[in-house]
Structures are given as structure tokens and as C-alpha cells.
Design a protein around this ligand. Structure first.
Ligand code: ADP
Ligand code: MG
Length: 278
């Protein structure tokens, strides 16, 4: 791992929001994470990058409690949350979006966003969720934050549309809105700009920066678009085959020779796959 000067890290004197310490995660014989460690400080936009299959989503799944790690600890605001259930971790102020959208088809944009208020939700408790939703529908505090976020994310015009008929770029925005209404202290975004054009990407980048400024959230973002990473991230770690191979301010971290060869390796593997297929 590269050393970094504290001066390169403007938020380094702030409290540590998230700390992953030597995380191991295997699926059968496949080691998806090998001793992965990172520290996210309050107010940072922290980038997690690396070639496909390098373990980025797995790390997020460990942090959010979907996979209890085989080794290592996860600390949130200094408290050990290793092995705690996802709903409990959500209840401690962590909200996330998913690489593959996880919206409720057939329900409106507004209803999908309202679900974000259910920070103690468990997937098995959907029945309870809808009861709760109806019971609390008029609840003012919920309404206020939901309306605020709809406005903030500029979703007013499509609030009553079924979520599955709107374009992918807007669906991604709805998912981000759903995460924001939970009023998270740590917001985790798994490829929020996948499949977006340049204009949509810039929109989302602006929302993320504004969410930090106006709502005070700390952001952990998995992102493939390096232009976005260098534009908005304060600090970056690069994963390759489950190991952190570089870290630091974005331009510096990404330019490391190990990172360059990890991505070249990915390209060569893709070329090889294409040749095999043809
Ligand atoms: P990334 O998000 O960086 O593209 P992932 O974290 O999704 O990578 O995957 C890392 C590795 O772990 C890959 O080889 C992937 O196939 C494997 N993997 C991820 N989740 C599972 C799972 N639930 N079961 C088996 N293998 C998995
Ligand atoms: Mg992924």
C-alpha cells in the first residue's frame, strides 16, 4: 500500500466514519477480499475503484451487513458493527444504492422514495412495511423530508409515474433519492452512473457534491468513470483481486503502475474472451 502525506487528505483530521480492518471474504474457494483495509473520514467523498470482479461490491456488502466477513472488523463511528444485520446497520445511519437497481416495479416514483424512510426494514418484512407505510402516510416529518429530497433531486415532474416506465438514468436518480430520505450519515453508492450519458453523469456528480455540502453526508462511491472519480473524490482506494493495491488522492492513486497494469490486465482478458468467442 502506498504511504500518503496527511496534507493530501483535507478531511484527515475529522472523525473516522467507516473503518474496514483486514477484511477477508471468500465464496467457496474464491477469495473475493484479502485483508482489505480502508478508512473514510467525515465529509469525504471516498472512491472505491478497480477492475470488474475485484471485490468492490463485496466490500460494500460486508460493510452493510449483507455478508459477515470471515476475518477482519468493520467499525462505524468507532463502534464495531462486524456481523450485525443489514437493517441494524441501516438504523445506525448507513444508506446504500445497488449496482443492479433494486426499485419496486409497478410502484410510483414517490412510493419508491417513501420506502427509504423505513430504515429498519428487512426484506422478509414487506407486509409489515406496507402496513407501516399506510399507517404513517400522513406523518409530517416523513413528508417534509421526502418532499425536500424530491425537489433536491428534481423529480417533481415524474413523482407519480410508475418507476419502471421512466428511463434508466432517472431510475438511478430515484434510487439515490430513496437512499437520501433515510437521512444517512454515510451514503454508499454502487456504480450510480452506470449506463448514463455524459450529461446525466454530470447531474449525478453535482447531486453527490450538493448532498455532501447541504446534507452533510459522507460518501463511499464505487465508480468506473475515472473522470468522475478524479473530479469528485477526495480519496481513493484501488482494489485488484480483493487486495488494495493503491490509495491516495485520486489522480495519484490511479496513476500508480500497479493500477495501470491491473486495468491493462483486464483489457487483455476481455480481448482474449472476444477472440475465444469469435
Ligand atoms: P466488483 O464489484 O469489483 O465487480 P464483486 O465484489 O461483485 O466485484 O465480486 C468479486 C468476486 O467475488 C468475483 O469473482 C465475483 O464473481 C465473486 N462473488 C461476488 N459475490 C458472490 C457471491 N454471492 N457468490 C459467489 N461469488 C461471488
Ligand atoms: Mg460491483
Amino acid at each position: 500500500m502506498t504511504d500518503r502525506a496527511p496534507l493530501d487528505r483535507p478531511h484527515a483530521d475529522r472523525p473516522v466514519v467507516l473503518s474496514c480492518e483486514a477484511i477477508d471474504q471468500s465464496f467457496g474457494g474464491l477469495k473475493a477480499l484479502k485483508g482489505a483495509s480502508l478508512q473514510v473520514h467525515e465529509g469525504e467523498i471516498f472512491g472505491l475503484v478497480g477492475p470488474n470482479g475485484s471485490g468492490k461490491t463485496t466490500l460494500v456488502n460486508v460493510v452493510t451487513g449483507f455478508y459477515p466477513p470471515q476475518a477482519g472488523r468493520v467499525r462505524l463511528f468507532g463502534e464495531d458493527i462486524t456481523g450485525i444485520a443489514p437493517d441494524k446497520i441501516a438504523g445506525r445511519g448507513v444508506a446504500r444504492t445497488f449496482q443492479n437497481l433494486a426499485l419496486f416495479k409497478g410502484m410510483s416514483v414517490l412510493d419508491n422514495i417513501l420506502i427509504g424512510r423505513h430504515v429498519h426494514m428487512r426484506p422478509s418484512a414487506l407486509g409489515t412495511l406496507f402496513y407501516w407505510w399506510w399507517a404513517q402516510k400522513e406523518e409530517l416529518a416523513n413528508r417534509r423530508i421526502v418532499e425536500e429530497v424530491i425537489e433536491f433531486m428534481q423529480l417533481q415532474d415524474i413523482r407519480d409515474e410508475p418507476v419502471d416506465v421512466i428511463p434508466l438514468g432517472l431510475q438511478k436518480r430515484v434510487e439515490l433519492a430513496r437512499a437520501l430520505v433515510a437521512e444517512p450519515r454515510l451514503l454508499i453508492l454502487d456504480e450510480p452512473m452506470a449506463g448514463m450519458n455524459q450529461e446525466e453523469k454530470e447531474y449525478i456528480a453535482r447531486f453527490i457534491l450538493d448532498a455532501r455540502e447541504e446534507r452533510g453526508v459522507t460518501v463511499l462511491i464505487i465508480e468506473h468513470h475515472m473522470d468522475v472519480v478524479t473530479a469528485i473524490c477526495d480519496q481513493v482506494v484501488v482494489l485488484s483481486y480483493g487486495e488494495i493495491i493503491s490509495e491516495g488522492p485520486p489522480q495519484q492513486a490511479i496513476a500508480h503502475p500497479r493500477v495501470v497494469s491491473a486495468y491493462l490486465g483486464e483489457r487483455a482478458a476481455k480481448r482474449h474472451q472476444r477472440q475465444e468467442a469469435s
